[in-house]
Every structure is written in structure tokens, then in C-alpha cells.
Unconditional design. Structure first.
Length: 230
């Protein structure tokens, strides 16, 4: 089913991470967002590329079946991604993002994702230089900048990655590209404004949303905070 996805960078998009939702109450957790979210971020971990395990394509498939209109943003923390992408592509996500550090064949993987009609994204760890992405930025719809070392929710924001957001925005303007810049890890009410002002188009938030009593209200308050600034 075709879902409307705009790459226009008008307002900050919020992608709650289901990693911090109750795995036995996924549907209740999604309902608790009260439609205040833009995308759903799905963290896939293989216990090899990152020191944690989460879930696989069956969850993405089930989410797609239950929520045909949701924008599913699937973040693959698996190595090598080329061994897994076909089953994720079959599960009909909107964005499929792969780590630059996880494959020697990044160009081929991104090309394959696009070929299957899914929007490709590329992710970089805090310790990876942004220049490593420059050769493939014309191929992607989203760049995910990790602001924690991937593997776990609830870690502290690494502010130093914001210079990569600046560099990506500059590269995008110079080369007349249209990918979105997404920031993931350690984000919440205390720093979302600074990340938005730093140039992020999309923010991922796990524990800061699902760790609260009323995730929908939390998102509403975060949106007010951002709007109050503009
Ligand atoms: C980390 C994941 C993140 C994580 C974010 O490996 O990629 O998406 O769930 O969680 P918080 O917002 O709690 O840092
Ligand atoms: Zn993530």
C-alpha cells in the first residue's frame, strides 16, 4: 500500500522507538502514542554487530499488517545486512537503514533496497567519520546519525555527533540532494530543541517517550516545545 512520505523538511518529525515499548503490549504502546508520532522506529539487533538482540522481520510484517498506514522506519543493526535485507524488504517497511560499518558492499545494498521499492537509509556510529558516507549520499532518502553507541535504549546523548549533522546539511545543500537527517539515541525533552536547531529533520526517541506514564502527552509537550521556538 502506498503511503504518503514527504521529504520536505518543514517540521521536525518524531519517530518513537519500539525498543522501549513493552514487547508483550506492543499494540497498547502504539495506541498510547495517540497519533502524536510521525514514524515508528523499529530497532533490529543481531547480537553480533551490536551486543544485544531484539527482533526480526516477523515483527515488521505483523506491524505492517496491523498498521497499513504507519510509516515504518526499520534500523538494521545486523552484520552483514545483505544476508538479511530480502526478508525485511518482503515485510514492506517504508525506510530500511543499514550501517556503513556493517558491510563492505554498501553501494550494492542501498541499490538493492531502492530496486525493491523501499526507501534506503544509511546509519553511522558515533565513532565513524561522516565522510565515509559521501560516496553514497545521492542514493539514500535518510541518513541516521547515531548519538549513542547502538545496542541499548536509555543511554546518554553524545553531543559531539552534532557536527556530523551540520556537515550533512551542508553536503546536502551543496549537492542539491534531499535526504532527511535523523538523529537516534539519548534524545528527550531536555535536548530535542538543540538537535532540531542543529539541523535534524527526524528524531528517534525511545525511553523518553515510552518510559513516561502518558507517551501521547509527552509527545504533545515535546511538539509544543519545538513549536514555541519557531
Ligand atoms: C539504539 C537504538 C535506538 C534506541 C533509542 O541502539 O538504535 O533507536 O532505541 O533509545 P533511547 O531514545 O532510549 O536512547
Ligand atoms: Zn535506532
Amino acid at each position: 500500500m502506498a503511503r504518503q512520505i514527504s521529504l520536505d523538511r518543514k517540521e521536525l518529525l518524531i519517530a518513537p522507538s519500539l525498543l522501549s515499548a513493552d514487547p508483550l503490549e506492543m499494540a497498547t504502546s502504539i495506541a498510547s502514542l495517540k497519533g502524536q508520532h510521525d514514524w515508528l522506529h523499529v530497532d533490529v539487533m543481531d547480537g553480533h554487530f551490536v551486543p544485544n538482540l531484539s527482533y526480526g522481520p516477523a515483527l515488521v510484517k505483523a506491524l505492517r499488517k496491523r498498521y497499513p498506514q504507519e510509516i515504518l522506519d526499520v534500523h538494521l543493526m545486523v552484520e552483514p545486512p545483505e544476508a538479511f535485507i530480502e526478508s525485511f524488504l518482503d515485510s514492506d517497511p517504508d525506510f530500511l537503514t543499514v550501517h556503513v560499518e556493517a558491510t563492505a558492499h554498501l553501494h550494492r545494498v542501498l541499490g538493492r533496497i531502492r530496486e525493491r521499492g523501499v526507501r534506503p537509509g544509511v546509519v553511522l556510529n558515533p565513532g565513524t567519520p561522516v565522510e565515509s558516507l559521501f560516496p553514497v549520499l545521492h542514493m539514500v532518502d535518510v541518513v541516521l546519525v547515531m548519538s549513542v553507541n547502538p545496542g541499548f535504549g536509555g543511554q546518554s546523548f553524545l553531543r559531539e555527533v552534532m557536527s556530523k549533522v551540520t556537515d550533512l546539511c551542508r553536503f546536502r545543500a551543496v549537492h542539491n540532494l534531499s535526504f532527511l537527517v535523523e538523529v537516534d539515541g539519548g534524545l528527550g525533552p531536555s535536548n530535542v530543541l538543540e538537535v532540531a536547531q542543529g539541523g535534524a529533520d527526524v528524531v528517534v526517541m525511545g525511553s523518553a517517550v515510552f518510559g513516561t506514564e502518558d507517551p501521547g502527552k509527552t509527545l504533545e509537550e515535546i511538539r509544543k516545545k519545538i513549536a514555541g521556538d519557531s
